[in-house]
Design a protein around this ligand. Structure first.
Ligand code: BGC
Length: 892
């Protein structure tokens, strides 16, 4: 037996010992751990047991696959609890010991498994009014201790559950946000330890949440329904073998006379502690004045098991307490986050504390009423708390979250002390996988800010910002997906979001701007509804699955999404050639059959957000661009994305064994590329509009014939010079800018842009004290005025350059199966180090420069290989797993 290799990080469907999953053939991944160099797996074996009985033995399978190995045993039933182990061969004869056992449990796989009914706790309601959060409870008896108990729960709205006075699970904002009208997720909890023989009490609180609370820019309400409801089923096996099911049914009692008087994701919470219901979570509480909950049907069709990482409360911050020039008391938590403030207070009954959460202070250092875009309405983000008055009171809001760094404190009884407050960051709890540090502190801060913008915008759904809109803007996710996958393990997060994207797609394949789409019913913000199918946004349907496949090597996400990818691609196909009337009737078109031919393959219709928020593109100019693109479309951008998607579709079809389709996509990519070049590239390589983004996009998407490429590069360099080496791109091309320069051998310019400190640049924001990534380049101008949100991750894609080029870690095959190490020192850095937790284990690269010598140390995980390119231009070295060190001389 091979004692040098062991297995760790055993995960099933990306989770450690998941509970209540519904994948019909769950997939296993493991990592090899060894001190020995150059280790490759040559074969694997998995055994699955259920109650000590062998369910599946794969036998020895000669393969190096160590990620996403599908279960191959008999079909799984509901509630099935399985354990699995693996062992691997790393040579022809030597086999590792069996790994320790890991487990998984299936959820309720059939609709009939649900015996419980949906219950509605409210009486007559006014759909337009804000309503108090309903409380629900039910008692039951157990004649024996519980041996095993599972609770399956979901809601229309948000739910929080309590069993015998203890909170069920640590998840927050359950059941999460999905395309509720087609997919509603339920969660599974192990509640064995919360039960007791004798009387038990189960309690629930419901919040408006995404179901009927304010959503998106126009704060649309009741997007999925006007009434809240709870569905829950607890299945208990007693020590004596008896089985008991306690579900939501007509025996539940409810009240709306609890302390949460209003709860809204965007607005905040109004809480009156005088209305608390002491003991309601415990058995024996007198709920005589509560009313029976109403059974409202048995709809289970939309139910699916929750598959993305749970939203949890994570980092905590204690504030500095400031007094503004105007006398405001302001809590400064030092970091812009998405989450809430919890506090403890002591004071007279009826005293009212108010917290107003904001990202920034105004010019004079005061908290100003938060402006929303277009002033559509005031962004509240307020918490109102009325004291009980009987000693120390502790409070944390529940069904809401705020995007903030500061909070204005009003009505505090007595002198506020920092230790009475705590800001808690709340987000989808994904492991941090990327680490980066270097000798330039500003770059380290930039990296940290991007991570915080990711945390601030990954609350079950990838949002644009955690304040103004909080919406699943597809373009933002498209731009950021690859960078996000380096920073955090978001494979399950995105694979689940992509299911919602597919579910939200229109019959003609159009992808809505927002996923989940609050406007799925065709009501609400006309501008957002009428602009579906935008290049760079709708392309998330193709580009995000591809980014996930690249980052995690999981082909299943492409299989899962293929129909959706194709539907969106076909939409573009049909749109191609629908020439805009202005161009159709232009003499240039009428007189040239060649032009008519090429217009037939180009995208010339539809609204496109365009490059979006290039420097200077702020109020009111942003609206001119918007109207211009509404009237004239943006063919040079839309056709570029069509070509790029055709390339990705061709590669996807190849992978999924669809050679005919692949050939067709490839032919189309070629035809679009040629037409694009003829239509948009002038003989001197210049493009219209003559902007950095146009050149970056054309180079990144390979739109220029080889002969013209150097000319385009030259034009890009001219644009950079004109901008005095300031970044000039917006949402779509910023992430490609430095990479394009590096690929063209102009690392020096990439460094110049990266280290630029005046506006517009990444470090400008750092110098202005930003703790997250801004939506616009100048969210804070020199004169203190500003425009845009302070927490939009899109421009944070620059971290890819830090990993790929500075630390020099690049994937050479999907999932980092093969790795390229290619550090490119520059920018005056004396050292840098980066690491990424890949599906195979950690890859790291760290370098330092001493007396003109470059020293590099890399670690390559087992079961992968790497090519290493030193910055002196010497030959590439091919290495296996383990630690490797090199030195070389740098040119002076
Ligand atoms: C959002 C963006 C979004 C954009 C569409 C904005 O209001 O905040 O992040 O992608 O609209 O261009």
């Amino acid at each position: 037996m091979n004692r040098d290799v062991s297995l760790s990080s055993l995960v099933c469907e990306y989770q450690h010992n998941p509970l209540g999953i519904d994948a019909p053939r769950p997939r296993f991944s493991w990592q090899l751990v060894t001190d020995r160099p150059d280790i490759m797996q040559t074969a694997w074996q998995v055994r699955v047991h259920e109650d000590g009985r062998l369910l599946w033995d794969s036998g020895r399978v000669n393969s190096d696959q160590s990620t996403h190995v599908p279960y191959g045993g008999p079909p799984l039933r509901s509630r099935q609890r399985c354990s699995w182990r693996a062992r691997v061969w790393t040579g022809s004869v030597s086999v590792s010991a069996w790994s320790r056992a890991a487990g998984w449990e299936t959820g309720l796989l059939q609709e009939e498994d649900w015996q419980a009914d949906w219950i509605d706790p409210e009486g007559e309601i006014d759909p337009r009014a804000f309503k108090p959060a309903p409380f629900l409870r039910r008692e039951f008896r157990l004649d024996a201790p519980a041996r095993r108990a599972r609770l399956y729960a979901t809601a229309q709205g948000l739910y929080e559950l309590w069993l015998n006075g203890r909170r069920v699970g640590e998840r927050w904002m359950t059941p999460g946000w999905s395309a509720y009208h087609t997919r509603l997720e339920y969660q599974t909890y192990d509640v064995t330890h919360l039960l007791q023989p004798g009387d038990n009490a189960l309690g629930a609180i419901l919040g408006d949440g995404w179901w009927r609370g304010k959503l998106s820019l126009d704060s649309k309400r009741n997007s999925y329904g006007e009434r809240l409801a709870l569905l829950l089923q607890m299945e208990i096996t007693l020590a004596d073998g008896n089985r008991i099911v306690v579900g939501s049914d007509e025996q539940w009692r409810a009240t709306s006379e609890g302390p949460i008087r209003k709860s809204d994701w965007k607005d905040g919470e109004v809480y009156d502690a005088r209305m608390e219901l002491p003991g309601w979570r415990l058995p024996g509480f007198d709920d005589g004045d509560w009313h029976p909950a109403r059974v409202v049907g048995r709809d289970r069709e939309r139910l699916v098991a929750s598959s993305s990482p749970p939203v949890r409360r994570r980092e905590r911050f204690t504030p500095r307490i400031l007094t503004s020039p105007g006398g405001q008391t302001i809590l400064d938590f030092g970091q812009n986050i998405s989450g809430h403030v919890q506090f403890r207070a002591q004071g007279p009954a009826g005293a009212q504390v108010k917290l107003t959460h904001v990202e920034t202070l105004g010019k004079t250092g005061e908290v100003e009423p938060a402006q929303t875009f277009l002033n559509m309405e005031r962004l509240l983000q307020e918490v109102h708390y009325t004291l009980r008055g009987d000693g120390e009171e502790r409070y944390a809001p529940r069904f809401t979250s705020q995007g903030f760094r500061y909070a204005l404190l009003e009505g505090w009884p007595g002198e506020p002390r920092p230790e009475d407050f705590e800001a808690v960051a709340i987000y989808s709890d994904m492991a941090t996988t990327g680490r980066f540090a270097c000798s330039n502190e500003a770059l380290n801060r930039l990296h940290g800010n991007v991570l915080w913008s990711m945390k601030g915008n990954f609350m079950d759904v990838p949002t644009d910002c955690p304040t103004r809109e909080r919406a699943g803007w597809t373009g933002d996710a498209q731009v950021f997906a690859r960078a996000g996958a380096t920073l955090m393990d978001c494979a399950a997060f995105f694979s689940r979001w992509l299911r919602d994207l597919a579910a939200e797609q229109k019959a003609d394949g159009a992808v809505p701007n927002l996923v989940p789409n609050p406007y799925h019913d065709g009501k609400g913000m006309f501008l957002v509804r009428a602009t579906e199918g935008s290049a760079g946004w709708a392309d998330a349907a193709i580009m995000v699955p591809w980014a996930m496949y690249q980052s995690f090597g999981d082909r299943a996400v492409l299989e899962q999404q293929y129909d959706s990818m194709r539907a969106w691609y076909d939409f573009m196909r049909r749109r191609a050639g629908k020439t805009h009337w202005l161009r159709r009737l232009s003499p240039r078109t009428l007189l040239s059959p060649a032009r008519r031919r090429r217009l037939r393959v180009l995208q010339d219709r539809g609204y496109h957000w365009g490059e979006w928020l290039e420097p200077g593109d702020s109020f009111p100019w942003i609206f001119f661009g918007l109207v211009k693109r509404l009237l004239f479309s943006a063919p040079y951008i839309a056709s570029a994305y069509h070509k790029h998607c055709a390339d990705l579709m061709a590669q996807t079809a190849d992978l999924l064994n669809r050679p005919d389709e692949a050939r067709q996509f490839r032919d189309e990519a070629k035809a679009i590329g040629e037409a694009w070049a003829e239509e948009f590239i002038a003989a001197d390589g210049s493009l219209k509009p003559d902007r950095q983004a146009s050149y970056v996009r054309a180079l990144a998407f390979d739109l220029a014939p080889a002969a013209l490429r150097p000319k385009l590069v030259k034009q890009l360099l001219r644009k950079l010079e004109e901008a005095d080496h300031h970044v000039g791109t917006g949402f779509l091309s910023t992430g490609m800018l430095l990479e394009v320069l590096a690929a063209e051998g102009r690392n020096d310019l990439a460094w110049k842009l990266l280290l630029q400190e005046s506006n517009p640049s990444w470090l400008y924001a750092i110098n202005k004290g930003a703790t997250t990534i801004w939506e616009t380049w100048d969210a804070v101008r020199e004169d203190g005025s500003g425009f845009g949100s302070h927490n939009h991750y899109s421009k944070g894609v620059v971290v890819e350059f830090l990993y790929r080029r500075v630390a020099g870690i690049e994937l050479a095959a999907p999932g980092y199966r093969r790795i390229r190490i290619q550090p490119t020192p520059g920018g005056g850095l004396t050292w840098a180090e980066g690491s990424i937790q890949t599906p195979y284990g950690e890859v790291s690269s760290s370098w330092r420069i001493e007396d003109g010598d470059f020293h590099l140390e890399v670690r390559i995980p087992p079961n992968t290989r790497a090519e290493v390119q030193l910055p002196d231009g010497s030959a590439t070295r091919a290495v296996g797993s383990g630690r490797h060190c090199w030195s070389c001389r740098l040119e002076a």
